[in-house]
Design a binder for this molecule. Structure first.
Ligand code: GLU
Length: 506
């Protein structure tokens, strides 16, 4: 069997959509499962859509995600260059080859002339198509005399090269996900392959590169399915063996209504880009999974299951497991709805699963962002205690700040609900009891405080939440005696003293 070689071929027109990340991931899984190669090729033939920083962004995103390429624009390889603008000189000969063997032609029509044709057709409620039925009446090397064509080319007239579809031909695309897709060539426009600026279009460059890079499987988004008949024809025209095609289902909005678009993310409360992106022109910022506090492992696991499943109920799968279980046959034909709750669930699971050593730097960074330079042993202890409450990395601070900084404000809702007139006195007494346990011991302190609460007939929920309020500032956090033990009895006393001084209810 031919060696498996697949590529991810983004155009650097902006940040990478997570749909693109999923495409890359499926390519990666397929390549690794088959002991093959995974290539990163930058398709930048459309200079008008080039966005500075996009290529660097793409590379950084995959580094963060831990998806490694075997060859590519950033690491080289035996089939380079891996950026189409750097391959520019090699495309023209292929366009000319197609003209020579009758599969393409020069077209000199000006944009204005084509526009006029379009308008003319519209007036008759038709759509203009450059094809077998119209090309004879247009300005191209099939309609003009050979001398005229030579004259125009020699005098430097701008031209494009168009593909020449045979009329009324059923083109068969064998898709590994969709089965056989058939399109009649009468429905297709003679696509431009080579532009007047000396650059190939996506179609020509893509096919030439896939051939030269010995790509065995083209796994890409469904939006490219309409281009597949042209690609199949191009392989035929060149006399090259075509790769196998697999067009992936769309990623849909959470309600299933339409494709997940760039704008949806920040509107619906989740990122659609792996990393935060600042638009170089408008300065507009779009959120990223990394900055929103997702772990890359969670993003990968969640994305893998958007459009594919292993055929069992298994949900938690790391990259290696995904590699072993992946199969193109199990990719669904229908679009996959983005599910924010599931994304959140995965992230929570991975935060619990990640080893402390790996998680700690993320925790430390959150603390540092808030001006805390923690002692590692102490902070690790806190992290272990609170991580089960955390779904996203920035919540580390919300859930742990009071272990590092005493509260200066007290949640008024909790005061209203829990704090009574005699709470101040009871808290002082309870604090004395805790101080009396020498040396301090969590279990004894707990039992004695409980005895006090019961013997005074206090409402357990109210009094313990008031105590918590003094230490935490709100009604959240792990076991109260765990908190006391962690921050220490002295700090506990300082916090209780402060709270009973500041909180006065009538
Ligand atoms: N450059 C195309 C893109 O931006 C690649 C499509 C393909 O994989 O053929 O998605």
């Amino acid at each position: 069997m031919k060696r498996v070689r697949v590529r991810f071929a983004p155009s650097p027109t902006g940040p990478l959509h997570i749909g693109g990340v999923r495409t890359a991931l499926y390519n990666y899984l397929f390549a690794k499962q088959n002991g093959g190669d995974f290539i990163l090729r930058i398709e930048d033939t459309d200079q008008t859509r080039f966005v500075p920083g996009a290529e660097e962004y793409i590379i950084e995103a995959f580094q963060w995600l831990g998806i490694k390429f075997d060859e590519g624009v950033h690491i080289g390889g035996n089939y380079g260059p891996y950026k189409q603008s750097e391959r520019k000189p090699m495309y023209k000969q292929y366009a000319m080859q197609l003209i020579e063997n009758g599969w393409a032609y020069f077209a000199f029509d000006t944009p204005e002339a084509l526009d006029a044709k379009r308008k003319e057709a519209e007036a008759q409620k038709k759509t203009f198509q450059y094809d077998a039925h119209t090309r004879d009446g247009l300005c191209n090397s099939l309609a003009l005399s050979a001398e005229e064509v030579t004259r125009r080319i020699q005098s430097g007239d701008p031209y494009v090269v168009r593909f020449k579809y045979p009329a009324d031909l059923d083109i068969h695309v064998h898709d590994l996900i969709r089965g056989e897709v058939v399109i009649n060539s009468n429905l297709l426009d003679d696509k431009v392959l080579y532009k007047s600026d000396g650059m190939p279009t996506y179609h020509l460059a893509n096919i030439v590169d896939d051939h030269l890079m010995e790509v065995s499987h083209v796994i890409r988004g469904e939006e490219w399915l309409p281009s597949a008949p042209l690609h199949v024809m191009l392989y035929q025209a060149f006399g090259w063996e075509a790769p196998q095609f697999a067009h992936l289902p769309l990623l849909l909005k959470p309600d299933g209504n339409g494709k997940l678009s760039k704008r949806d993310g920040d509107r619906l409360g989740f990122p659609v880009f792996p990393l935060q992106w600042k638009d170089p022109k408008s300065g507009e910022i779009s959120s990223g999974y990394r900055e929103s506090g997702y772990l890359p492992e969670a993003v990968i696991n969640m994305l893998a299951l958007l459009g594919w499943n292993p055929g069992t109920d298994q949900e938690m799968m790391d990259l290696d497991t995904l590699v072993s279980l992946f199969s193109i046959e199990k990719i669904s034909k229908s679009g996959a709805k983005f599910d924010l709750e599931k994304a959140k669930w995965f992230n929570h699971q991975y935060i619990q699963k990640t080893e402390d050593d790996k998680l700690y730097p993320l925790f430390e960074k959150e603390l540092q962002k808030h001006g805390v330079q923690p002692d590692k042993d102490y902070a690790l202890r806190v992290m272990r205690m609170i991580k089960e409450r955390v779904h996203f990395i920035p919540e580390f601070w919300e859930q742990s700040s009071y272990f590092f900084v005493a509260p200066t404000e007290y949640d008024p809702q909790v005061i209203k609900k829990r704090w009574e007139k005699d709470t101040n006195e009871h808290l002082k007494k309870m604090m004395d009891i805790i101080l009396s346990v020498q040396p301090y011991n969590k279990e004894t302190a707990h039992d004695l405080v409980m005895d006090y609460v019961q013997s005074h007939g206090l409402n357990m929920g109210k009094i313990m939440n008031s105590f918590r309020l003094a230490l935490v500032g709100t009604a959240k956090g792990p076991d109260l005696f765990e908190i006391i033990t962690t921050i220490g009895v002295e700090e506990t006393k300082a916090r209780v003293d402060r709270a009973v001084k500041e909180i006065i209810v009538n």
